[in-house]
Design a protein around this ligand. Sequence first.
Ligand SMILES: [Zn+2]
Ligand SMILES: [Zn+2]
Length: 391
Amino acid sequence: MHFLVQTKSYPDEALESYLLRLARDNSYNGYSELADILWQWLAEQDNELEGALPLALSKVDVYHARQASSFRIRALKLVAQLADVNAGDILALAWRRSNFKFGNLAAVSRNELAIPLELLRTDNIPVCIKCLSESSHIPFYWHLKPYKACHKHKSQLITRCKECYDLIDYRASEAFLECVCGCKITNSEQLNDADFKIAIALASSNSQKIVGLISWFAKVKQLDVSDADFNCAFVDYFNTWPESLTTELDLLTNNARLKQLNPFNKTKFSSVYGDLIRDGQIAATSNRKNKVIDEIISYFVELVDSNPKAKHPNIGDLLLCTFDAAVLLNTTTEQVYRLHQEAFLNCAYSQKKHEQLRADSHVFYLRQVIELQQAFAAEKPLTKKQFIAPW
Ligand SMILES: [Zn+2]
Ligand SMILES: [Zn+2]
């Protein structure tokens, strides 16, 4: 078996788009017809590969394959061989699961870019007609939920079919300019400025800087990235960054003072600020920078400074759990235990002999953690720092 037409991929193309073009160029009705034939052929070459390429285009990307992703890669290499193209060029189009995580969110990566998996569109892929008329392929960034306007043509992407009002998805219709109902996709809506700004950022080499921030903002504001006004809210919030965050934190601080029931040195940090630190981890970039955590740290540095240790406990004496302490110290929970054992950090309660501290037990003073953070991290840390203590 061999394909007669050699289809070259575009560097920014989505894998599904390439496979659909490969099928069409070689006179198949679409991807599913090709996949049907490949299924049998792959199984003959290597019995482990039976079913390694799914029949549905929307399920073909590598990250869908989970444990079987190595078989999926092997199958795609064979497809590249049949098409007489460089396998590396085809594999570079795929999103793969990454070891990196955005806080507790799973990540996928493609070339140099890592994004939270939740930012990939699942049931629709909007399009720009002008782009498709210039070059008939789907760029990968159309698959990103926050990418809603075309950064090249300054026009809103087309999301719905004007005939059946269904969401557009070329992976379902197996045609770039046709809805599943068979109608041609036509004209778009009014350009949204915020969507345009975000589109430019996502298509640039700086996209890494905002993907984590987008998921973080969606989580803390409990918004859906797909909502029409999400990008607008996001842009507004970051236009006044970091005041937007510090104003919110000031409000929580003042509320805690007003509603205080227990002395602050017996109050959990999380009962005042919730999951602030845990959620902040979502805003990470794959090179371990985190704008949100940096801002949170500088907020609490100032809070502790302006509330010095006194006879009566104050807001600087709140209790942090080990997990949050580790994030603020830019280290692991194991290192926090070690800092405790080495008397760098006091524990708020006396422990029983051999008692293990749990990651979620609130035992460390915010003040001490912040002071230690300042002592160790004079310069902004780029990588997860191991504390090198003098022992
Ligand atoms: Zn366009
Ligand atoms: Zn339709």
